[in-house]
Design a protein around this ligand. Sequence first.
Ligand code: SF4
Length: 382
Amino acid sequence: MELSGLQIFKDLPAAKKAEHTNCKTCGFPTCMSFALKLAKGGVSPDACPFMPEDLREKVSHALKISQKTIKIQDIKIGGENVLFRHEKTFINPTALCILLDCDDRNFKEKLNRITDFEIKFLNKTKKVDLIVLKNSEHISTPPVNNRTISFEEFKKLPLTILEDKEFEKTAQKLKFIREKAVKEKDENYSNPVCVHFMSGGNSIQNFENLTAKASFYLCKYANMLLFEDFNEEMFASLMMLRENIFTDPQKPLKVEPKIYEFNGGDENALIFLTTNFALTFFAVAAELEKLNRPSYLIVTPADGMSVLTAWSAEKFTAKMVVKTLKDYDLASKVKTRKIIIPGLLAHMKKELDAEIQASNLDFEIVIGTIDACDIADFVKQF
Ligand code: SF4
């Protein structure tokens, strides 16, 4: 368990109005400033000779690392310090890796499928994280589009490797190791954990089973999954799941505020407007892509809040909309003069029109649909 600065402070001399209050022996002007620094691991508990022994022990335990972080080229795994994502956040996404034998007679074909594979999510391109090459000395040039490592190097990584034989046993072992690391900070269990799925053929049934098991291990508590078989659907599913697990629950998912173009937005394109809340963005973007006509989507900065939340938190105001239109210099990009806003913001039309007029911008606000799925019908009648 982590300790906050306040939790530490309440047992220091200043909080107890005891002798040595703010004595500066630790090098800090007050007990409070020392406590705050200590909570972040920026100073040793030994710097204060007047700290009660039980607090010193608690702090020393809290400052111990739960799980080591290891770096493989530019990916990091491990470093986790909670059992449940909602406690704080999971830190380093589970790496999705493939073990490939360079002596396999279908090596080239398998390798091409793996290196060609990619999916896009939240404007990021996702590929297989790492290809582990067995007998890599038998190939002249390693693949260039993915990270690769030889099996020999892989075996030297400070990883705990679990071979997946029985689901229940593997799941229990993963839980046991993470609990030992997080609750007890037991150094014997501080290595990141890799679950290795041995080759099991390529039947659809196997991949369904494999995807289900791997999904569970990804949530609880594998830091790396190493497969010997590759399947695009399985990797895509795991990557999407991972995107949702390894996010900070305290931070809304957001996209970059800017103008997005669909179907080659041109000067006669339709113009839509929303906030930078990722879920809204992707729902609207999917519909605009399907329209088969050019459109722009103006995404306003709103700290990743949905439209109504942003409006109630004053992150979506008429002034901000006008500023966005000016910042993006929309008037010079399009002849279209109608901006379609989400139906949920219908009550803002008058205010928006007035602010636009007052700013000498030649745009008119049109109330769009409440649900993104109704955009196509709305556009037909527009
Ligand atoms: Fe407070 Fe201890 Fe620092 Fe003195 S040495 S100021 S008692 S924290």
